[in-house]
Design a protein around this ligand. Structure first.
Ligand code: ADP
Ligand code: ADP
Length: 226
């Protein structure tokens, strides 16, 4: 069943008297367990598409349904609510707080959500165990390798039990072996029932996914399941 459905979705930007068609009539579905890479040259619309999928932005026209909720007409408060419930974000730069240990970094989203301390810590510990960091719970980011730091960031993205994980160049700052570990973690998360969508410009990284969507000039150039 589709968790994401986009129909005739457009995003236009007005630049003086010019209109940039960042996304031009996109029709796209994502299903539960999809593990997809979004590729394409610079300016092809990858970030715009991820921002819309992640409910950080809304389309100019067309429809976007996320778990059967119509997102296209939502206001900022509704977007924030659906984002917190449905989406986990992982970035190239890990965005961890350096003074906090792993457990504290991972539980941060739950503090904002008003979850009581014992439950927060239990859930943060579970998420860290899930990404193989059960023995690094009290370490601070500076005491971890790049790959371990990215795993903490993934654990934090998982903490609200989102259905969808969005990742923007999640292996961009990692060496090859570590990148492959991270891609394997995403692979097991997708098998466990998450929808994983990531932007990458590396064919070697895209190979780890089960679906490759290529954008060009705001349109889908190809959508393959190798
Ligand atoms: P990519 O992530 O593939 O590099 P983007 O989604 O960032 O592509 O951009 C797609 C197109 O939309 C580009 O032509 C870009 O210049 C334009 N664009 C993106 N964001 C804005 C914005 N906030 N204002 C104006 N134009 C934008
Ligand atoms: P690009 O992929 O074009 O280099 P970035 O990776 O800097 O762009 O960011 C992609 C988008 O994700 C941006 O439009 C930004 O609004 C959003 N973003 C970046 N960091 C965060 C964050 N920590 N929390 C929420 N949104 C973010």
């Amino acid at each position: 069943q589709a968790v994401i459905t986009m129909k005739s979705l457009c995003k236009f930007y007005e630049m003086g008297d010019q209109v940039v068609h960042a996304l031009d009539s996109i029709n796209l579905d994502f299903k539960l367990n999809d593990y997809a890479a979004i590729m394409g040259p610079s300016g092809s619309g990858k970030s715009t598409l991820m921002n819309i999928i992640g409910c950080l932005d809304t389309p100019t026209s067309g429809t976007y349904e996320l778990n059967h909720q119509s997102v296209a007409e939502m206001d900022d408060d509704e977007l924030a609510r659906i984002r917190n419930r449905e989406i986990g974000f992982v970035f190239q730069t890990f965005n961890l707080l350096p003074r906090l240990n792993c457990l504290r970094n991972v539980e941060l989203p739950l503090i904002y959500a008003g979850v009581p301390p014992e439950e927060r810590q239990e859930r943060a510990r579970e998420a860290l165990i899930k990404v193989g960091l059960g023995d690094r719970i009290t370490h601070k980011p500076a005491e971890l390798s790049g790959g371990q730091i990215q795993r903490v960031a993934i654990a934090r993205a998982l903490i609200n039990k989102p259905s969808i994980i969005l990742a923007d160049e999640p292996t961009g700052n990692l060496d090859t072996a570590t990148s492959h570990d991270i891609m394997d973690i995403f692979g097991s998360l997708s098998e466990a029932g998450n929808t994983i969508i990531l932007i990458t410009h590396e064919e070697d990284i895209a190979r780890y996914t089960r679906r490759v969507i290529r954008l060009r000039d705001g349109k889908i150039e190809s959508d393959t399941r190798p």
